[in-house]
Ligand binder design. Sequence first.
Ligand code: UT7
Length: 321
Amino acid sequence: MASRSVLTGVGSYLPKRVLSNAELSRRVDTSDEWIVERTGIRERRIAADGEKTSDLACAASVKALEAAGRDAKDIDLVIVATTTPDLTFPATAARVQAELGVSHGAAFDIQAVCSGFIFALATADNFLARGQAKAALVIGAETFSRIMDWEDRGTCVLFGDGAGAVVLEAREDAADRGVISTFLRTDGRMHDLLYVDGGPSETQTVGKVRMVGNAVFRHAVEHISGAMLEACARAGVSLDDVDWFVPHQANQRILDGVARKLGIDVDKVVSTVALHGNTSAASVPLALDVAVRDGRIKSGDLVLMEALGGGLTWGAALIRV
Ligand code: UT7
């Protein structure tokens, strides 16, 4: 029997500091009404001074390990999806591995911006399926507040900090549980729609987020819908078979637009964007954790996750939890 990558635990972490729409509207020319109507976001979290992406990643991982009933010594693969690494190198995953006490196997970062968690999950699934690892920690962690232009109202109201993590284990006896299909896509021709205007090689600076919001919005609805249909087609299931949709939490209007386009019941769509804004690679596992812990997503449910981000990158993953 073929091995399946089974999700055995999920956890998340949000920094304590809350930045409300009201507070933001005192800093830039915006309002709570505009932000809520155009995005659904009510507040976002900001990492404390000195609180790093690896700290957020570790806090989420500890909870995921606990939920899985696993110890760091059981893990032999750590993948961190992040666009806001602690340092240019080494990988944030190397720090996370050491902090958690994972003492064997590989650890590396994945850079696919807001799609990072989907890319990391697909990567881990391939490692497990090939027998190259037995138990993986797959993490999405970001301190996007560090790369915001706090004077650009078109972006600074959208993003926040946070982390989410899952434990994926290779199981021969998984029956129909585990990752069933994944779909990943990048189109680098759309690089300029969403990028950071700095980096070690080009500018020797960290840079700030730049986005053509309305163009990204249109691509998001189209490509996310396509990715969801493709992940289902690869698994031979229909959207009606899916119990829960766990989308990238970028904008409530994107969630609603995709649901409308595909005829999905909005009650099946997990939305947490109001509470933390767009946390990039962290948003899918953050939303997944909320819906698992509040009892909506139960063992045996078919869950479809999706995301789109800078690159552009996009993708979807279908998993029976
Ligand atoms: O996770 C990665 C993927 N990223 C996304 O998915 C984000 C995708 N984009 C979006 O979510 C939306 O495009 C935004 C929320 C960024 C913007 O919403 P929009 O409905 O597309 O607005 P817009 O960019 O077309 O701008 C409409 C107006 C403009 O004013 P004028 O030119 O019509 O006078 C903007 O200057 O809204 C203005 N505006 C704001 N007004 C108040 C832009 N940002 C703000 C703001 N407060 N924060």
